[in-house]
Design a protein around this ligand. Structure first.
Ligand SMILES: [Zn+2]
Length: 398
C-alpha cells in the first residue's frame, strides 16, 4: 500500500526562536532518522513536495481579521517582543517572528497536500510530520499553533467529498485537541476523540469527559482525560477498549490522526508516563483499525513532543508501521552523529535504541505500590462511561 510522505526543506521556517520548545530541529532530526533507516528507499513510499495553501482554504476555518494580522507581521524582520493578546501572539507560547504567516501557511499547505493525496488515490495513507497544530483557534494562535492545519485539512476533505462524508479525528497528543474540538463542536460530520493528560493538571485545561458536543454535534466530541503519570499498560488497555468501539459505532470515511508524542515519560513540559515502546503499540493499534473501520483512508499528522530523541524515534517507528516494514532497535550510527552535531548532549542523555525501557514506571511503583491501582480505577471509570453512555449515543444517531 502506498504511503505519501510530505517533505520540504522550507519546514524549518516555522521557528519561534531559540529556547522555544517547538524547535524545527525536531522535524530535521526526525527526517534524518527516517533517512538513516533507508525508509525513503522503500518502494511503497512516495516523497511529496507540498503545495501552498490558498487563503480561501484557510479562511474556511480562520477569521479574516486574524489572517490579516499574521500577514501584517510577516515582514517585521527578525523576532519581535510586540504582543497582540487578542490574537494570542506575543512573548511566551507564540512569539512573533519574521515570516510567520508564510511558515504557518506552509504547514497548512503540507497538511492539505497530504489530504489531497488520500482524496485522489484509493486505499492510501499519508503523513505530514510538521502538521497537527491542534490548539489554534479560528481567531487566534494558541499553544505554539498559529493556524489549525488539522481543521483546514478536515474541512478540505469534506469540501471535496460527496455530501454525507464523515471524518473521525483521533488525537493522542498529551494535550487536549481543543482547537479541533471547538471548531467542530456543533457538527456530526466530524467526530473528535482526544486522549490526553487531564486538563485540570495541564494546558489548555479543557478536554473533560463531559465535553460531548452540542446541538447537531451532541455526542460527537469525545475525551479521555488521563491522570498524570499514566503508564503504557494502563494507556494501552483503555485505548484498545475505546478506539475500536468508537470507530465501529461511527464508521468514518476517513481517519485523521494527530500523533503528538509528548506523552513520553521524559517529555520536559508534560506529565504522562509512556515509553517509545508504548508509542509503537499505540501506532500499531491505530493502523490495525484503519482497514476495518475507516475505509482504508488515513491521514497522519505530527503534533507535540519536546524531547527531540523521542520525537525522532517515535515518528520514525510510525512511518515504518505505515510502510509495513521492520526497523532494528539500535539506532543507525550515522544518525547518532547528526544528533550530536545538530542538537548536542548538553542537557539530555542521547538515545541509543528505538524502543526504550520504562524505568520511570519501576521508580514510581517502588515509591507508591498503590499507584497503578489508582490509575487503573480511573481508566475503568472512563471505559464504563463510554460503554454505557457515549458509544450507544453515537450508535443510536447513525
Ligand atoms: Zn502537546
Amino acid at each position: 500500500m502506498e504511503v505519501g510522505f510530505i517533505h520540504t526543506e522550507n519546514f524549518s521556517q516555522y521557528n519561534f526562536g531559540s529556547g522555544h520548545p517547538l524547535t524545527p530541529k525536531r522535524i530535521e532530526l526526525t527526517y534524518d532518522l527516517m533517512k538513516a533507516y533507508n525508509l525513503f528507499d522503500n518502494s511503497n513510499l512516495k516523497l511529496i513536495t507540498p503545495r501552498n495553501a490558498t487563503e480561501e482554504e484557510v479562511l474556511r476555518i480562520h477569521k479574516t481579521s486574524y489572517l490579516t494580522k499574521l500577514k501584517e507581521l510577516n515582514n517585521i524582520g527578525g523576532n519581535s517582543y510586540q504582543a497582540f493578546p487578542k490574537f494570542g501572539l506575543g512573548p511566551g507560547d507564540n512569539p512573533i517572528f519574521s515570516g510567520m504567516y508564510d511558515a504557518a501557511m506552509a504547514v497548512c499547505g503540507a497538511s492539505l497536500t497530504a489530504a489531497d493525496y488520500i482524496l485522489e488515490e484509493k486505499n492510501t495513507r499519508s503523513f505530514n510530520i510538521t502538521g497537527g497544530l491542534h490548539h489554534a483557534m479560528p481567531e487566534m494562535a494558541s499553544g505554539f499553533c498559529l493556524l489549525n492545519d488539522v481543521a483546514v485539512a478536515i474541512q478540505h476533505i469534506l469540501d471535496k467529498s460527496p455530501k454525507g462524508t464523515k471524518i473521525m479525528y483521533l488525537d493522542v497528543d498529551c494535550h487536549h485537541g481543543d482547537g479541533v474540538q471547538w471548531i467542530f463542536y456543533d457538527r456530526s460530520d466530524v467526530l473528535t476523540l482526544s486522549f490526553h493528560q487531564d486538563g485540570r493538571t495541564i494546558f489548555p485545561g479543557s478536554g473533560a469527559l463531559e465535553e460531548n458536543g452540542k446541538g447537531e454535534g451532541e455526542g460527537y466530541s469525545l475525551n479521555v482525560p488521563l491522570l498524570p503519570g499514566t503508564i503504557d499498560s494502563v494507556y494501552i488497555n483503555i485505548f484498545e477498549k475505546i478506539l475500536p468501539s468508537v470507530m465501529d459505532a461511527y464508521r468514518p470515511d476517513y481517519l485523521v490522526c494527530q500523533l503528538g508524542v509528548d506523552t513520553h515519560f521524559s517529555d520536559p513540559i508534560t506529565n504522562l508516563g509512556l515509553s517509545t515502546t508504548g508509542h509503537e503499540i499505540i501506532f500499531k493499534d491505530i493502523l490495525k483499525n484503519v482497514p476495518k473501520y475507516s475505509n482504508n483512508k488515513f491521514l497522519g499528522l505530527g503534533g507535540g513532543g519536546y524531547n527531540i530523541g523521542v520525537v525522532a524515534r517515535s515518528w520514525t517507528m510510525f512511518l515504518a508501521e505505515l510502510l509495513g516494514t521492520k526497523i532494528s532497535d539500535p539506532l543507525p550510527e550515522k544518525w547518532f552523529e547528526l544528533f550530536k552535531e545538530k542538537w548536542g548532549f548538553s542537557d539530555e542523555e542521547p538515545p541509543v535504541v528505538l524502543r526504550d525501557q520504562n524505568w520511570y514506571i519501576e521508580e514510581k511503583q517502588l515509591k507508591n505500590p498503590y499507584w497503578e491501582n489508582e490509575l487503573e480505577a480511573h481508566a475503568d471509570e472512563i471505559v464504563k462511561k463510554y460503554e454505557e453512555e457515549l458509544i450507544p449515543l453515537i450508535k443510536n444517531s447513525q
